[in-house]
Design a protein around this ligand. Structure first.
Ligand SMILES: [Zn+2]
Ligand SMILES: [Zn+2]
Length: 350
């Protein structure tokens, strides 16, 4: 069976891998689609993401859907063989202080598909067959095509970020960054009743996807790296937001959120910032009593995401391409080119 393995920075290989077999409490899943995530692209282009560095070859991927093929012995209860499922990629330890407090998404000893956060790395889902704990597969709700269900993981991330922001019903939400995650934050904020969602990005094409996701206003941001195009933090045409979600992973995005949220407002940092320190106007947090919060992964939001996807075919518009796994490298290049794509899926059945 074929899998998509990162060996180091810039070294992505589609390889023949041994088919795993499920142990007690596990299921074997035939993967159909795998969504290429920003973190997969980071491993490919930079050899790491955030503070996590690649130390050994790793199967990428954590946004996967497929079909249950077999159970380990003794067979766990739950999803029967033949069921189409989405895979929850996180296995929290269940015993650390965070797990005990119900904050399973920030478990200090979690396993997450396709992550180099721990060594040995947790192998990911970009393979034709994977074995996962049985309680991490969720049957797809009626009417949800598996292609759209591949958005469940990134949509869960977005739902969690909006939850971290507090109530957004009737409020103005600013989102910086209109990549797949930013677009899904737009959809999540609208689903939570936001009155107005404004999105900024450096690229017009990305803002087009944000509008497809339901953004009310899109703003082409000035590029802080371009001296001919100085960022103007106080553009008078833009209303203050009650809540800002930073989804670009750039410190300039966080800085823009702090400047553009109202006094006493809330800023949620969702994008993974570069490793080490980040420059931003921290004094605004003080003088304007801004609530600055992080959002990392998700937990039970996975089930909410599947329900939301089932009812909204418009999400299909965020999937800009589906490529066979044999063309993984060009699919990664497409996913990395935000002028040409939003979410790109790999197809493991082709
Ligand atoms: Zn992801
Ligand atoms: Zn834990």
């Amino acid at each position: 069976m074929l899998g998509c393995v990162i060996h180091g920075r810039g070294d992505l290989r589609v390889e023949e891998l041994p088919t795993p077999s499920p142990g007690p409490g596990e299921v074997l899943v035939a993967v159909r689609y795998g969504g290429i995530c920003g973190s997969d692209l980071h491993y490919w282009r930079h050899g790491g993401v955030g503070d996590f560095r690649l130390r050994e070859p790793m199967v990428l991927g954590h946004e996967v859907v497929g079909t249950v093929l077999a159970h380990g012995s003794p067979a766990p209860r739950g999803v029967p063989a033949g069921a189409e499922v989405a895979v929850h990629p996180a296995t929290p330890c269940g015993t650390c202080p965070e797990c005990a407090r119900g904050r399973r998404n920030i478990c200090r000893d979690a396993r997450y598909l396709g992550s180099a956060a721990r060594t040995p790395h947790v192998q990911g889902g970009f393979a034709a067959r994977i074995v996962v704990p049985a309680d991490q597969v969720r049957p797809l709700p009626a009417g949800l095509p598996s292609r759209r269900a591949a958005l469940a993981e990134p949509l869960s991330v977005a739902l969690h970020a909006v939850r971290r922001a507090g109530p957004v019903a009737g409020r103005h939400v600013l989102v910086t960054g209109a990549g797949p995650i930013g677009c899904l934050v737009v959809a999540a904020a609208k689903a939570a009743g936001a009155a107005q969602v404004t999105v900024t990005d450096l690229l017009p094409a990305a803002l087009g996807y944000a509008r497809a996701a339901g953004a009310d206003t899109t703003v082409l941001a000035a590029d802080p790296a371009d001296p001919a195009d100085p960022a103007d933090p106080a553009r008078p045409d833009e209303a203050e937001a009650d809540v800002a979600v930073e989804a670009s992973g750039a410190a300039a995005g966080l800085d823009a959120c702090l400047r553009r949220v109202r006094r006493g407002g809330t800023v949620v940092q969702l994008g993974m910032l570069p490793p080490g320190q980040s420059p931003f106007a921290g004094n605004l947090v003080v003088g304007r009593e801004i609530e600055l919060r992080g959002a990392f992964r998700f937990d039970a939001e996975f089930d909410d995401a599947l329900a939301l996807l089932a009812g909204q075919p418009a999400f299909d518009g965020l999937i800009s391409a589906v490529a066979p796994v044999s063309e993984a490298e060009s699919a990664f290049a497409l996913a990395a080119d935000r002028e040409r794509s939003c979410k790109v899926l790999l197809d493991f059945a082709s």
